[in-house]
Design a protein around this ligand. Structure first.
Ligand code: CA
Length: 715
């Protein structure tokens, strides 16, 4: 029952929702304001002029101005008050409960004493960075914008962008919006893609040179063609667009780059969209006035369907360098030519000046899903080095002469089935890595998993269905290693291309990192523990159990002479949809634990109100529900198509959605129809499935009841 159907989708994120309240009832801890005044001198905190110079300034410590702190995306802070000697004094200064939020994965920004963050349903909030007081909140009404279109995973967003007095946010339904950073007033809103297409946005926009760049996701949701577009920061007017993969040649190519890319595709790829959606990994490089875009996997995953005659399929799974002013193609480096495993290269792109064999290199550091750590010369796009940071079986190595991976026989599941490492979750996903120029190390959250890819029996004429999705290959099992931990925090030396130290972790889904000149690395873990490590040795120096899984990276800033750390606590992301057999059950059952924004400082003495203990859903036994086995079997197929992406494989849910085995809604025909077909909970991200007829709804109910009784041991 846990097998995924061939057209099932694995890696996109999820949601759900059987709670009813839609209001923000965020409450402050009673100790609010104990850290003192936040009155900032307007002359020193005029944010309307903060632009590229300030965002690129690595020495600026009062703020956290961009997703990766500065344009370099290093997530390194020069602050030293919290250091190896003092970190034991770290405590909570204030926190803010976010009871209506679900998954929190975003990086806050701090500008001029105000902390900005984005939460569930793309709600943007501004709070006083010293006291936590709510200054303003902007709700873009994502449910209203989605309407009746089926959507999945829409509780997620990874962050915001700031530029000259404006906060930029991108919504699940594809709007890019500009807000006044002081008032939260909407300044402009632009729809970035055709809403009839199966696309969505989970990423943070990237602001530079008075423009704002955004891409989108969607390769698992239907026929998707990836693109990124830059908009004018003042007006929202389009400045330029770069398509990641070519369209139908009969329609003409948008650019010479698309004409070049089309040479690497075969068959009728445009009928599938092709993919390459850039949903994360945008870096602006002031030194070369370039934007580096990390691109996604193919749509569908399986190259035999997408491009049946083979080919590299540019610009899938690549870093593409574009002229920041025009969007013109400069160079590309493709990490996974002809990808067929969901090996996105959308992971963060970090800029660093390093020295290799005595030569200074303006480098890009990049650790995509495919398991290799890449150092790329960003002036030329040429590969400097690449080595695996986990078990990699799809390729033996990367040939430094050609810059290409050397694939292993059988990696492309030619016999219809193969075990391949890493898994589609990736050896590294969107969880941020950080680079410390003092230690010269990258602090990388890694996952050591494989996948059993199965496409036997698939009709080559198969097509993904828009908003239903499908990958053209199933992952029937996530492989958990028995000879190494499933996860690890690795301190990676990008010059030697080897780990300097490694902290094994019992679970793969841990959060992104922050590193500081205080010789520290901070990371939150799947089990709710927030830790500080010695950046040189990996020794654990401090930890605090926050009572709920952590998936967001911490930030740090300094105001009124105090260094703060801020962190969103709320387990989430694609992996958080369901459990993986063989790994620890997290116990972050949906709707049980309160999501929070928590801030720390030295000698902080605020007590967090306690969270309930970890809980696993208990399947509800309803002895008087007469299960029709035939209906239940049919319902299992429907569940795999429509429900599992949020509610978990085998109806076993996790933090992101209600466990339907434990829900009373399927007991009632009327209540089930109101929620599932009529959209009674659409404003809390449960989409309406208007096309399901009465018999299909009954089949789903009978499957859910059968699964509940099987798992409760009464059937
Ligand atoms: Ca993907």
């Amino acid at each position: 029952m846990s097998k995924r159907r061939l057209s099932g989708s694995l890696s996109i994120v999820a949601s759900l929702v059987f709670i009813v309240s839609t209001t923000l009832t965020g409450c402050l801890s009673s100790e609010e304001g104990t850290s003192g005044s936040t009155v900032l001198d307007p002359a020193e905190h005029d944010v309307s002029t903060i632009g590229d110079t300030e965002i690129a300034d690595e020495t600026r410590t009062a703020d956290w101005l961009a997703y990766g702190r500065t344009h370099s995306e290093q997530r390194f802070s020069p602050l030293t008050d919290i250091n190896r000697d003092t970190v034991s004094r770290l405590g909570v200064t204030w926190y803010r409960d976010l009871p209506d939020d679900v998954a929190l994965v975003s990086t806050p920004l701090v500008v001029g004493g105000t902390l900005y963050f984005t939460g569930t349903m793309n709600i943007v909030r501004a709070v006083d960075a010293v006291t936590g007081e709510l200054l303003w909140e902007y709700d873009p009404d994502v449910a209203g914008a989605i309407g009746s279109r089926r959507q999945v995973g829409w509780v997620h967003n990874r962050g915001l962008s700031f530029y000259k007095g404006k906060i930029f946010a991108a919504t699940w339904d594809g709007r890019l919006i500009a807000l006044s950073s002081t008032t939260g007033e909407l300044l402009w809103s632009t729809q970035t893609f055709d809403t009839s297409k199966p696309l969505y946005i989970t990423g943070a926009p990237k602001a530079f040179r008075n423009k704002v760049l955004i891409g989108n996701g969607g390769t698992e949701v239907g026929r998707a063609r990836g693109s990124v577009t830059a908009y004018d920061a003042d007006t929202g007017d389009e400045a330029w667009t770069f398509h990641v993969v070519p369209g139908n040649p009969a329609d003409g190519f948008e650019s010479p780059a698309m004409e070049m890319a089309a040479e690497t595709w075969t068959g009728s790829w445009w009928e599938h969209g092709g993919g390459g959606n850039a949903w994360h990994g945008f870096t602006y490089d002031p030194e070369f006035n370039a934007v580096y875009v990390g691109t996604g996997n193919g749509a569908p995953w399986n190259r035999r369907i997408r491009s049946p005659g083979g080919g590299d399929n540019l610009f899938l799974c690549s870093i593409v360098a574009l002229n920041a002013d025009t969007g013109e193609y400069l160079w590309h480096y493709q990490t996974t030519p002809g990808e067929t495993w969901d090996y996105n290269s959308t992971m963060d792109i970090v800029l660093a000046d390093i020295e290799v064999d005595g030569s200074p290199i303006k480098a890009i550091l990049h650790a995509p899903k495919n398991g290799f750590f890449y150092v790329i010369d960003r002036e030329t796009g040429s590969l400097v080095s690449a080595e695996p940071f986990t078990r990699v079986t799809w390729a033996t190595h990367v040939d430094l002469e050609t810059g290409r991976p050397v694939e292993t026989a059988g990696a492309r599941y030619p016999e219809g089935e193969a075990n391949v490492w890493p898994s589609p979750h990736g050896a590294h996903s969107w969880q941020a890595m950080s680079y410390n120029p003092v230690t010269g190390l990258v602090y990388l959250p890694t996952m050591h998993l494989g996948g059993r890819y199965v496409d036997s029996g698939l009709d080559p004429s198969w097509r993904a269905e828009d908003f239903v999705g499908g990958n053209g290959v199933g992952v029937w099992e996530i492989l958990v290693p028995d000879d190494m931990p499933p996860g690890a925090l690795q301190a990676w030396d990008p010059v030697r291309q080897e780990p300097a130290w490694t902290v094994p972790q019992a679970h793969p889904w841990n959060a992104g990192t922050l590193t500081t000149a205080g010789d520290l690395v901070f990371q939150g873990r799947y089990d709710g523990v927030f830790l500080a490590y010695d950046a040189h040795t990996g020794d654990e120096l401090w930890s605090r159990d926050l009572g709920l899984g952590i998936s967001a990276p911490p930030i740090t800033y300094e105001l009124d002479g105090t260094q703060y750390l801020a962190l969103l606590v709320g387990y989430g992301g694609g992996y958080a949809v369901s459990f993986t057999p063989g790994l620890p059950d997290e116990g972050w059952a949906y709707g049980v634990h309160t999501r929070r924004l928590v801030t720390f400082a030295l000698d902080g003495d605020t007590t967090l109100s306690p969270q309930p203990p970890p809980q696993l859903p208990e399947p509800l036994v309803a002895a008087d529900f007469a299960i029709d086995e035939e209906l239940a079997v049919r319902g299992q197929g429907l569940y795999g198509t429509y429900c599992s992406i949020c509610h978990g494989g085998g109806a076993v849910a996790n933090a992101m959605a209600t466990d339907l085995r434990a829900s009373s809604v399927p007991l009632s025909r009327g209540a089930f129809a109101r929620v599932v077909r009529d959209g009674a909970l659409a404003d809390r991200a449960m989409p309406p499935f208007a096309t399901l007829d009465d018999e299909e709804l009954d089949a789903l109910r009978h499957y859910l009841r059968a699964k509940a009784h099987v798992d409760a041991g009464v059937l």
